[in-house]
Design a protein around this ligand. Structure first.
Ligand SMILES: CC(C)(COP(=O)(O)OP(=O)(O)OC[C@H]1O[C@@H](n2cnc3c(N)ncnc32)[C@H](O)[C@@H]1OP(=O)(O)O)[C@@H](O)C(=O)NCCC(=O)NCCS
Length: 159
């Protein structure tokens, strides 16, 4: 392996939260904003573990909420670096909602976060490459480049 490179598994993380009353809306469902906050934290931890740098959120791809997550459910957030570019990297986050009374678990949503790594003076800094090993990691690595192109084109249009 080239010096400075890392494997995907080196920075993968899983974060677990319990949905409490203060996290919910009037219907007893997890607030979208609270979930986005947890997702951002999970993604940032993976990005920073890969880069050993402070990473700031540059973009979040379209985020949809497919299933409500209920008060008392467990939320598992899996974050994994899909690809590192120059100073930025894409992290995928998968959210799984788990009912501990029934044992039922469902994927509640996913999103892709782009982070930029900063040095001690808050300047952008190059990130180390990532090496995908499994079939799944290689697929995500390939698709991350397609998403990056699309994301940057959309960003240009919205400026
Ligand atoms: C993110 C930030 C550091 C980018 O700085 P910049 O000088 O505009 O960056 P550049 O245009 O040189 O791009 C730097 C990298 O970010 C990527 N990037 C910038 N904007 C992006 C966007 N909207 N979507 C995806 N990638 C983006 C670029 O492609 C580039 O990647 P590369 O180096 O891997 O090729 C800067 O805009 C910033 O500090 N934003 C605020 C971050 C923040 O506070 N986040 C918390 C949320 S409020």
């Amino acid at each position: 392996m080239k010096k400075g490179c890392k494997y995907v598994k080196d920075s993968q993380i899983e974060m677990t939260e319990l949905v409490l009353p203060n996290d919910t809306n009037q219907l007893g469902n997890l607030l979208g904003g609270r979930l986005m906050h947890w997702m951002d934290i999970a993604a940032a931890v993976a990005a920073q573990r890969h880069t050993n740098r402070i990473c700031v959120t540059a973009a979040v791809d379209q985020l949809s909420f497919h299933h409500p997550i209920k008060l008392g459910e467990i939320v598992r957030l899996k974050a994994s670096v899909n690809r590192a570019f120059n100073t930025s990297l894409e992290v995928g986050v998968k959210v799984i909602a788990e009912n501990q009374l029934t044992g039922e678990a469902k994927i509640a949503n996913r999103a892709y976060f782009t982070f930029v790594a900063l040095d001690e003076n808050h300047n952008k800094v190059e990130v180390c490459p990532i090496i995908p090993q499994t079939k799944e990691e290689k697929r995500r690595y390939k698709e991350a480049l397609i998403r990056r192109k699309r994301r940057l084109e959309l960003d240009k249009l919205s400026r």
